[in-house]
Design a protein around this ligand. Structure first.
Ligand SMILES: [Zn+2]
Length: 412
């Protein structure tokens, strides 16, 4: 007896509809005739994908629109005004804003998420304490990884290294660096790797977040990844500087990233908004070269980063929107490339987060999205509604839509 059977699912890699059988939180079989179950839902030929994976989001500084004012729209201004707002953050305030974003993400089909939590002398461990409680509260709906993140720098913000250590002791899942916002990028990267080794955790860097290739801290991170034997345990967010290099140099770095099994997380809403601010004609797109990285075998995720704050004034926490954005911004409009974009919010993102049992094969965690469409590329093309979200074998969200065309009935 199965716990749940989804009957008549259209799967990305097969033509005929299939039944997905689930027991004890995992997929048991995928094929025809699943047998008896406590609950059976008729997917009616709808597309089923693995759960969406949000690889990079800031819940603690989300939804600040209306509280802070910006005028320049630059990265420097965003860091400055958000740092000032952070002085007023309380645990309750952080939790209230984070909960609103988590609810949006869960309803959209996100079943795993990596959240960067700022840990520094301004906010201390307040954000982490708020997020640890939310991690427990939301466990039935989403697996939340918490990254202790040094947004204000480490060397230029004395006390941060000790706070990061405290955060990792208190339950943070990994450590996050920000070498672009510090006085010595190489030393900053060394401290992050030392903490990663001390606690045996992954490392995630906000890196090379400028229009010109003036920093290329990526090269130092690759070197230290290999030196520390941390292959497959490092992720890089932004990496927009890569786009400024000639194609052959991009390919050379992409090959190094692939060899070190480093994942790249593109944050298109933020990067399109903040990059190219000094350009007055032919304004740059400011995205890391997603297609080149994918072609080199680098796992690439598309992620939300910020939701309605000075870094990104818009946001829905629905990863489908980012595939839509990247299709036009990164020139990925063929059905094959659009399917790759769906992989950027599912399988690639899961690989970067180290989620080994994510997918649609028997034995995988039953984290699933049932979409109001038939083919994966339609997710990118038309942002379809979702019908059901399954987390750990249980239906967590059921969407019902009702549209009445009153004008057709002559009673509008
Ligand atoms: Zn970020």
């Amino acid at each position: 007896m199965h716990d749940l059977v989804l009957h008549g699912c259209r799967l990305p890699d097969r033509d005929a509809p299939a039944d997905v059988a689930i027991a004890a939180g995992r997929i048991v079989s995928v094929g025809d005739g699943a047998g008896p179950a406590r609950e059976t839902l008729d997917a009616g030929g709808r597309l089923v994908t693995p759960g969406l994976v949000e690889a990079h989001i800031h819940l603690d500084k989300a939804l600040l629109a209306g509280r802070v004012a910006t005028s320049a729209g630059t990265l420097e201004e965003a860091i400055r005004v958000t740092g000032a707002a952070k002085r007023g953050f309380t645990r309750e305030d952080i939790a209230e804003r984070a909960r609103r974003v988590l609810d949006l993400a869960v309803a959209a089909g996100t079943t795993a998420m990596r959240a960067h939590v700022e840990v520094d002398p301004i906010v201390g461990l307040t954000g982490l304490q708020a997020m640890l409680a939310l991690k427990r509260e939301y466990a039935p709906a989403v697996d939340l990884q918490l990254c202790a993140f040094a947004q204000e720098g480490i060397l230029q913000s004395p006390g941060t290294e000790g706070l990061l250590r405290q955060a990792l002791r208190a339950g943070a899942d990994l450590v996050g660096g920000c070498p672009y916002n510090d006085t010595d990028g190489r030393r900053h990267i060394e401290i992050v790797f030392a903490l990663a080794r001390e606690f045996g955790v992954d490392a995630d860097f906000h890196v090379d977040f400028f229009d010109e290739a003036d920093h290329l801290h990526v090269l130092e991170i690759v070197r230290q990844t290999v030196q520390n034997g941390w292959q497959g345990r490092v992720a890089l967010g932004h990496l927009t500087e890569l786009a400024a290099l000639p194609a052959a140099e991009q390919d050379a770095i992409a090959a190094q990233l692939a060899a070190a099994r480093i994942g790249v997380i593109s944050l298109p809403a933020t990067d399109l908004y903040l990059m190219g601010r000094r350009d007055e004609a032919n304004v740059r797109r400011g995205l890391t070269p997603i297609r080149r990285l994918l072609a080199a075998g680098v796992p690439v995720a598309l992620a939300t980063n910020n939701v309605r704050n000075p870094f990104t004034p818009v946001g829905t926490a629905d990863l489908a929107h980012l595939t839509f954005l990247a299709a036009v911004a990164a020139h990925m409009g063929t059905p094959e490339l659009m399917r790759e974009l769906v992989a950027c919010v599912t399988t690639h993102a899961a690989r970067i987060l180290g989620l080994a049992d994510h997918g649609l094969a028997p034995g995988c965690r039953a984290d699933l999205v049932v979409w109001e469409c038939e083919r994966p590329e339609e997710i990118v093309m038309s942002l379809p509604a979702r019908r059901w979200i399954v987390k750990g074998g249980r239906i967590t969200i059921e969407h019902e839509r009702r549209v009445v065309q009153r004008w057709r009935e002559g009673r509008g």
